[in-house]
Design a protein around this ligand. Structure first.
Ligand code: SF4
Length: 172
């Protein structure tokens, strides 16, 4: 049975999907409008890499609740690029990009995804499959359940805590 929820359902954009793969506590913070520290060194570094890479392509394109880092057309196909500072969280990045492709697909737009790691000079192609769409439907449901919780999930140390812009809310 669905959990009764007395708060607004969250607007599920790519960042929330990304956080879901990293830490559910982050999902709760973000879905309650608690922004991470914008001047956090790791966030600033990510923004700088994003803004200074692949300059010929179109940057920061809004679509629904999402913001695509890069949009371009290759061989007649729309390609959405997501720039990351490292491949350390590649699974989260893959899910975030698949979410973008799924939102476009729901609007009748077939696109391909590219994960871009400029510092590592790497790129990975991402395609939307039926399996991924199914997985994402489950993720959206779980995100809504986390957002409905009266308090954030307990902080549990994980390998991303040292680079998390919310760490002051967990460990100070
Ligand atoms: S510091 Fe760790 S536990 Fe706290 S929100 Fe960030 S990743 Fe989650």
């Amino acid at each position: 049975m669905a959990v009764p929820c007395f708060s607004e359902p969250p607007r599920i954009g790519g960042t929330l999907v990304w956080y879901f793969s990293i830490c559910h506590r982050e999902v709760w913070f973000m879905s309650h409008g608690i922004e991470p520290d914008r001047e956090d060194d790791f966030l600033v570094m990510g923004r700088l890499i994003d803004e200074n890479s692949y300059r010929r392509d179109r940057h920061s394109v809004s679509f629904g609740d999402n913001r695509f880092d890069i949009v371009k057309v290759e061989d007649g196909t729309l390609v959405v690029g997501e720039v990351k500072k490292s491949s350390r969280s590649i699974d989260a990045a893959r899910l975030q990009l698949a979410h973008y492709l799924y939102d476009l697909w729901k609007d009748g737009i077939i696109a391909k995804g590219q994960l871009l790691f400029p510092k590592e000079k790497r790129r990975k192609e991402v395609e939307l499959t039926e399996e991924t769409r199914h997985r994402l439907d489950g993720v959206y449901e779980e995100i809504r359940e986390i957002a409905c919780m009266a308090a954030p999930p307990k902080a549990v140390k994980n390998r991303f805590c040292s680079v998390c812009a919310y760490s002051d809310l967990c460990w100070s």
